[in-house]
Design a protein around this ligand. Structure first.
Ligand SMILES: Cc1cc2nc3c(=O)[nH]c(=O)nc-3n(C[C@H](O)[C@H](O)[C@H](O)COP(=O)(O)OP(=O)(O)OC[C@H]3O[C@@H](n4cnc5c(N)ncnc54)[C@H](O)[C@@H]3O)c2cc1C
Length: 342
């Protein structure tokens, strides 16, 4: 499939926030070999490359991208017994939520809390996707990649990936082309321990308790829908990139009084970006232009229709600066920015 076959070059048509100007060229790589081949040829002749998954964590400039956009399109999952566990090999172009449902349908627990996250499997290790107490790093055994610097296939271990909160060695670095992700799952119809209070409450279990994995998925989808965090053409609050800012991780002394606090393993404290935004005066639904805060969640910046990336960036700067002047805390941006900066 390519633009000649009727596919839009406009990146707004390929991003969940519906923003971004035209790509100079856009191709769909139907398998891993084609992905490597197309990107290698572009690298060899010095053409800039943007790898596109589901476009759900991407903010692209109104000017678009003056190079080659490669959409990762190879799908499929395979399973391999590994001792007591089952390793699932997901192709980079597999739709993430299909990966989750196929694991649950096979009676494998582990991914239930990551239900409903938009995008493709190949992007999940890049920012170490997480939700409701699970991060993909807890389950990843390896990540097959193509190293664009050394021009060879490599299998990265979890340690190589240097996973952190919404980050990894792969984020912001164009060196590695992710070809798939290998995930260790537990044969069980019962979920992993529920580690998120709101989810435990929704399920009626104690924190650390378990429920049927399919019930956990249903509860997660319900919570996500209530927050506009499920892509839904009928929900204008889902025209976003999800959370626009990450939760700040600060030395104890710098956490604003009254803010939620979650100690990290390295002696720092994670606090809530949503709380900081709200307390700085930006409530849900804030903004009177074509860009605003979601009516359901202060962390999501929403294209209300017809917006430009310039408007989104100006709005994001306004929010970030408001939080900084109120609390002295600078919020970091979560999505990948292409051709723009805050
Ligand atoms: C409504 C909504 C809710 C969300 N909820 C969550 C959430 O709960 N938790 C969470 O962690 N995230 C969440 N996100 C963010 C996003 O869905 C995830 O980060 C997702 O993994 C991005 O996948 P993608 O395929 O859309 O990546 P894209 O947006 O297409 O790409 C993101 C970055 O990864 C790069 N990339 C993508 N694929 C590859 C590849 N194969 N090889 C190399 N580089 C690649 C791109 O170049 C880009 O830099 C949410 C987003 C939305 C819109």
């Amino acid at each position: 499939m390519d633009p000649a076959a009727g596919h839009s070059l406009l990146l707004a048509d390929h991003t969940t926030i519906h923003l971004g100007g035209p790509a100079k060229n856009l191709v769909w790589a139907q398998d891993a070999a084609e992905l490597v081949d197309v990107v290698s040829r572009a690298d060899a002749d010095g053409t800039p490359v943007l790898v596109l998954g589901g476009g759900s964590n991407l903010v692209v400039a109104d000017a678009g991208f003056d190079g080659l956009v490669v959409q990762v399109a190879h799908r499929g999952v395979a399973f391999e017994q590994a001792g007591q566990q089952m390793v699932m090999h997901a192709a980079a172009g597999a739709i993430w939520d299909d990966v989750v449902t196929s694991s649950l349908a096979r009676g494998l627990a582990g991914l239930e809390c990551l239900s409903g996250i938009p995008g493709l499997a190949g992007a999940t290790p890049i920012q170490n996707v997480g939700a409701y107490g699970t991060e993909i790093s807890q389950l990843v055994t390896s990540v097959p990649v193509f190293d664009r610097v050394e021009r060879r296939h490599v299998t990265l271990s979890g340690v190589d990936c240097q996973f952190g909160y919404r980050t990894s060695a792969l984020k912001g670095a164009s060196r590695y082309l992710v070809l798939g992700v290998d995930i260790a799952l537990t044969p069980s119809e019962t979920s992993q321990p529920v580690r998120y209070q709101q989810l435990a409450d929704a399920l009626g279990v104690e924190l650390g308790g378990r429920a049927a994995a399919l019930d956990v998925r249903a509860a997660v989808l319900g919570l996500r829908a209530a927050k506009g965090m499920l892509i839904d053409p009928g929900d204008p609050d889902s025209v976003s990139v999800g959370s626009f800012f990450t939760n700040p991780i600060l030395p104890d002394a710098e956490v604003p009084a009254g803010a939620p606090q979650w100690p990290t393993t390295d002696g720092l404290v994670k606090t809530s970006a949503a709380w900081l935004i709200e307390q700085a005066g930006f409530v849900r639904g804030f903004g009177d232009g074509r860009v605003g805060l979601s009516n359901k969640h202060t962390l999501a910046l929403v294209n209300r229709g017809g917006a430009t990336t310039a408007e989104l960036v100006a709005f994001a700067v306004h929010i970030r600066d408001g939080v900084r002047s109120r609390f002295g805390v600078t919020l970091d941006v979560e999505p990948a920015l292409v051709g723009v900066a805050l």
